[in-house]
Design a protein around this ligand. Structure first.
Ligand code: NAP
Length: 278
């Protein structure tokens, strides 16, 4: 459907943002839903973060995804925030509720949905280890806590960040890497192992902490098989990368923007090459 005078415009704001996979994911979804919507990337100057909510209102945008460095600014300037954003202090989604613009965070719930789809199991009653305490880790800890994890061991290079992140869920605590051995689910939420990141060839964990039966979720998705995933497979654990989280956090945004059930399969097809990832 070509854009016309009545097309609803949505988009992602960030800086940089030109590399974003969000336009591919969202546009595939709107096409599959038969909606006259289009989704574009807005590269906004770093000092203009507090104007994004007003810009959405002025232009009547259908919904806005938010990435670095604006996640805090939009949480501060939205009309309302969800309970998750209240706890996290950052948001990745702006959507309409009547005349109000609400700031939400879908990263953590996107992780939980992706985990359920990839591994076929719930996180309810499960012991989880999260490595990392940055923005992504904080969202995951908060959401995994709500998903009913029995405990969340938070392991991070910088202890003070781990202490703050562990405050996001009542069952979370600061831990050493040894704690991973006793956890059924292990999450890498650091940038270690990411192509172009600070440490692309390393694993965030020593192999001796991984064992058969564990589910190892790396939220890094470039490369498709990360050093941690290779190590997990050698130890007999099952593993998955972060593409599912990327897809599901966008799917939840589409649900907030349109009120419709997101077409996840069409979104997968938009970002996974034919034949799957290797
Ligand atoms: P961030 O806020 O900058 O946090 C980075 C985390 O990685 C911190 O815990 C940091 O530890 C740790 N870290 C970085 N380099 C390290 C090293 N050499 N040794 C030990 N720890 C190290 O970043 P973020 O936004 O949370 O993103 C983290 C990763 O998740 C990135 O690779 C990003 O692409 C990915 N991500 C994926 C999705 C998805 O949908 N799949 C969504 C969001 C993010 P310190 O606290 O000690 O600095």
């Amino acid at each position: 459907m070509s854009p016309s005078g009545s097309t609803v415009v949505a988009g992602v704001v960030g800086n940089p943002v030109r590399h974003s996979k969000s336009p591919a994911l969202h546009n595939a979804a709107y096409r599959a839903l038969g909606l006259d919507w289009t989704y574009v990337a807005f590269e906004v100057a770093a000092e203009n973060g507090h104007q994004i909510v007003e810009a959405m209102r002025t232009l009547g945008l259908g919904g806005v995804s938010v990435t670095m460095p604006f996640k805090q600014a939009v949480a501060e300037s939205a009309d309302r925030v969800t309970p998750s954003v209240e706890r996290l202090g950052v948001a990745n989604t702006l959507f309409w509720d009547g005349d109000d613009i609400v700031a939400d965070s879908t990263d953590g719930d996107g992780f939980v949905a992706a985990h359920r789809q990839s591994f076929g199991t719930s996180l309810d009653g499960v012991a989880v280890a999260v490595i990392g305490a940055g923005g992504a880790a904080r969202s995951i800890i908060e959401a995994v806590g709500r998903a009913g994890a029995s405990e969340i061991a938070v392991i991070n290079r910088t202890r003070s960040a781990a202490v703050q992140a562990a405050e996001l869920a009542s069952v979370a605590y600061v831990a050493e890497p040894e704690a991973v051995s006793a956890c059924q689910v292990v999450v890498n939420a650091t940038s270690i192992g990411m192509t172009g990141g600070p440490d692309p060839l390393s694993s965030p964990l020593d192999a001796r902490y991984l064992n058969e039966g564990q589910q190892v979720a790396d939220i890094v998705y470039q490369p498709a098989r990360t050093p941690l995933m290779r190590m997990a497979e050698q130890q007999g654990a099952t593993s998955d990368n972060g593409l599912g989280m990327l897809i599901h956090q966008a799917a939840l945004q589409i649900e907030r923007f349109t009120g419709l059930e997101p077409p996840v399969e069409a979104m997968v097809a938009a970002v996974v090459p034919p034949g799957g990832v290797s």
